[in-house]
Design a protein around this ligand. Structure first.
Ligand SMILES: C[S@@+](CC[C@H](N)C(=O)[O-])C[C@H]1O[C@@H](n2cnc3c(N)ncnc32)[C@H](O)[C@@H]1O
Ligand SMILES: Nc1nc2[nH]cc(C(=O)O)c2c(=O)[nH]1
Ligand code: SF4
Ligand SMILES: [Mg+2]
Length: 242
């Protein structure tokens, strides 16, 4: 059976971000990314610092670990990374999850296509703004979004842009104008991804959330938008595995 590089499996917890925020879920985090965002809060998946944590696992092994951790107390699994869309082999895991009536969410940046993206119930595509120092390939992004929209299944997709500054805000707006029919989320950027001082971090992130809300309120051009913090950061700070 084919294997995928897994760097952590955790939960049950809640989805802290985006369109299914608050959803009770397990997480499977795959290793490896084709990007290297300047502010990545999961850089251990790709920068070598988490190399010792990577385990090559079959779909059956991942399912067993999910059951061991979550028992029968979950109905949703979120696959994140790194970029899970680098891995064609995730097909087998998604099939097992479906067989067990588990809803599947995926977090990816819209830089790679896989056929199994059609089978994801809640798919978040998160193109990266200028502050990340990554360059968006709009031809590829449009191709991916076009495929997903044409299939018109029981799938929910959304665009989620992390905002750190005014340039990012403008980028987010431009993405929304390009793809106006796709549900659109703005997410507060966490610019202190190493601190362990939770009360300081939380008050800082809440201030940034308020500033982002204020920016949207005054903006008559941005109407159909949801503005969210990373809920898990407000509850647990920068703690890993939650
Ligand atoms: C770690 S990434 C993994 C999935 C995929 N590589 C991606 O970027 O969409 C999961 C989500 O966390 C967001 N994220 C990463 N670092 C962040 C930070 N410092 N502040 C806010 N969101 C962040 C990403 O934009 C993405 O939406
Ligand atoms: N609770 C929780 N929610 C999340 N939403 C997206 C996450 C991610 O790192 O992809 C994440 C995470 O790491 N934890
Ligand atoms: S695309 Fe996602 S995992 Fe990759 S570096 Fe950027 S935020 Fe991190
Ligand atoms: Mg995270």
């Amino acid at each position: 059976m084919s294997k995928v590089p897994v760097i952590e499996i955790f939960g049950p917890t809640i989805q802290g971000e985006g369109m299914v925020v608050g959803q009770k879920t397990m997480f499977v985090r795959t290793a490896g990314c084709d990007y290297s965002c300047s502010w990545c809060d999961s850089s251990f998946t790709w920068d070598g610092s988490g190399k010792h944590l990577i385990v090559q696992m079959t779909a059956d092994e991942i399912w067993s670990e999910l059951e061991r951790l979550g028992g029968s107390g979950f109905s949703f699994v979120t696959i994140s990374g790194g970029n899970p869309a680098l891995l064609r082999n995730l097909e087998a895991l998604i099939a097992i999850l479906k067989e067990n009536d588990i809803k599947v969410g995926v977090e990816t940046q819209g830089s790679r296509w896989q056929q199994w993206l059609y089978d994801i119930d809640e798919l978040t595509i998160s193109p990266k703004p200028p502050s990340s120092r990554m360059i968006t390939d709009y031809t590829l992004l449009s191709d991916i979004l076009g495929k997903l929209q044409n299939r018109n299944r029981n799938q929910h997709i959304s665009l989620k842009i992390v905002v750190f500054n005014e340039e990012d805000y403008d980028y987010a707006k431009q993405i929304h104008l390009r793809y106006p029919t796709i549900p659109f989320y703005l997410q507060v950027g966490n610019d202190d991804i190493t601190t362990t001082d939770n009360s300081l971090l939380i008050s800082h992130l809440l201030e940034k959330y308020q500033a982002l809300i204020d920016r949207v309120i005054e903006d008559e051009e941005l109407r159909d938008v949801k503005v969210l913090p990373q809920l898990h950061a407000l509850v647990w700070g920068n703690k890993r595995g939650v």
